[in-house]
Design a protein around this ligand. Structure first.
Ligand SMILES: NC(=O)c1ccc[n+]([C@@H]2O[C@H](COP(=O)([O-])OP(=O)(O)OC[C@H]3O[C@@H](n4cnc5c(N)ncnc54)[C@H](OP(=O)(O)O)[C@@H]3O)[C@@H](O)[C@H]2O)c1
Length: 242
C-alpha cells in the first residue's frame, strides 16, 4: 500500500529521516522546507523525482501554512498522513528564580503548539478525504505533566503539553469521521536542536525515524473503530503519562 504523507520541519534531523524512510518504502511525500539553504531535501528530490514534493513551510506563519496547503491541493485531494514534526527548543536553562524571556516563549509556543495545530487545521479536509486519516504529532516526554522532573525548559515543556492537549481535542473532533491522532515521543536523539549535535543522545535520527515510522504504520494499518482518545507513546511503543 502506498501512502501520501506530509512531514513538517524536514530539512534535517528526525523529520528528514522520516521523509527518507517514507520515500524508500515507495510512499509519496510532501516535505516542509524551512531553510532553503539546506541541501538534504534537494538531494532526495533529485533521487526520488516526483515522489517527493518540497514545500516552503514556516509552521509559525499563517500565510506560509495557507500557501503550502494550497500547493498540496494542486497535487492531491487526499492526504493519508500528516506528521507534525517541526519544533524549536528555546531557553532550557532559566528557572523561575531567573529572568524569563516571555517574548521567546511566545515564539516557541507559536511554532510548537500553534504551528502543529495550524498545519492540521489547514489540511484537515484532505486528511479526512484519505483512507488512512492519520495525524502523528511528534511531541516529547518533556510535555508529560505526569512525569515532569525539570525545573527549567518552560517554553518547550509547556508547548509540548499544549501539543498533547490539542492532539486530544483534534482526535475527538475527527474520530466520528474515522480520523485518528497519535502523540509520539521520538526518544533522545542526536540532532542539532540545542544548536550543536547532541552526541550524548541515545538514538541517531535514522534510528528514531525508523521506530517512529513503525509505530505510525502499525496504527495506520490497524484501523478499526477509532479510540476514544489519542495514544501517547514513546519511541519503543510504551505508554507515557499525560
Ligand atoms: N532530539 C530529541 O532528543 C527530541 C526529543 C523529544 C522530542 N523531539 C521532537 O522531535 C521533533 C524533531 O526534532 P529534531 O530533534 O529532529 O530537531 P531539529 O533537527 O532541530 O528539527 C526540527 C526541524 O524543524 C524546523 N523548524 C524550526 N522552526 C520551524 C518553523 N517555524 N516552521 C517549520 N519548520 C521549523 C527546524 O529548522 P531549523 O533547524 O533550520 O530551525 C528543523 O529542521 C521536534 O518536534 C522535537 O520537539 C526531539
Amino acid at each position: 500500500m502506498s501512502y501520501t504523507a506530509l512531514v513538517t520541519g524536514a530539512d534535517h534531523g528526525i523529520g528528514f529521516e522520516l521523509v527518507r524512510r517514507l520515500l524508500e518504502e515507495g510512499h509519496w511525500v510532501f516535505a516542509g522546507r524551512f531553510n532553503p539553504e539546506e541541501q538534504g531535501l534537494a538531494e532526495l528530490a533529485s533521487e526520488f523525482g516526483e515522489q517527493l514534493i518540497l514545500l516552503d513551510l514556516d509552521v509559525g506563519n499563517d500565510a506560509s501554512v495557507q500557501a503550502a496547503a494550497a500547493k498540496v491541493r494542486e497535487h492531491t485531494d487526499s492526504l493519508d498522513l500528516l506528521i507534525n514534526n517541526a519544533a524549536i527548543l528555546g531557553d532550557i536553562e532559566t528557572t523561575v528564580l531567573g529572568e524569563l524571556d516571555f517574548d521567546e516563549m511566545l515564539q516557541v509556543f507559536n511554532v510548537n503548539a500553534l504551528g502543529s495545530l495550524r498545519v492540521t487545521n489547514a489540511l484537515i479536509e484532505l486528511i479526512l478525504n484519505s483512507p488512512s486519516r492519520t495525524i502523528a504529532n511528534i511531541s516529547s516526554e518533556a510535555g508529560s505533566i505526569g512525569q515532569c522532573y525539570r525545573d527549567s525548559w518552560f517554553a518547550y515543556t509547556m508547548s509540548k503539553a499544549a501539543v498533547n492537549m490539542h492532539s486530544n481535542v483534534v482526535h475527538k473532533g475527527v474520530k466520528a469521521r474515522g480520523g485518528q491522532v497519535l502523540v509520539l515521543h521520538p526518544g533522545w536523539v542526536q540532532t542539532f536542536m540545542r544548536g550543536e549535535k547532541d552526541s550524548a543522545a541515545t538514538l541517531t535520527p535514522e534510528q528514531s525515524a525508523g521506530k517512529l515510522w513503525g509505530l505510525i504504520r502499525e496504527a495506520m494499518e490497524r484501523r478499526g473503530e477509532p479510540a476514544e482518545a489519542p495514544v501517547f507513546l514513546d519511541v519503543e511503543g510504551h505508554v507515557l503519562p499525560w
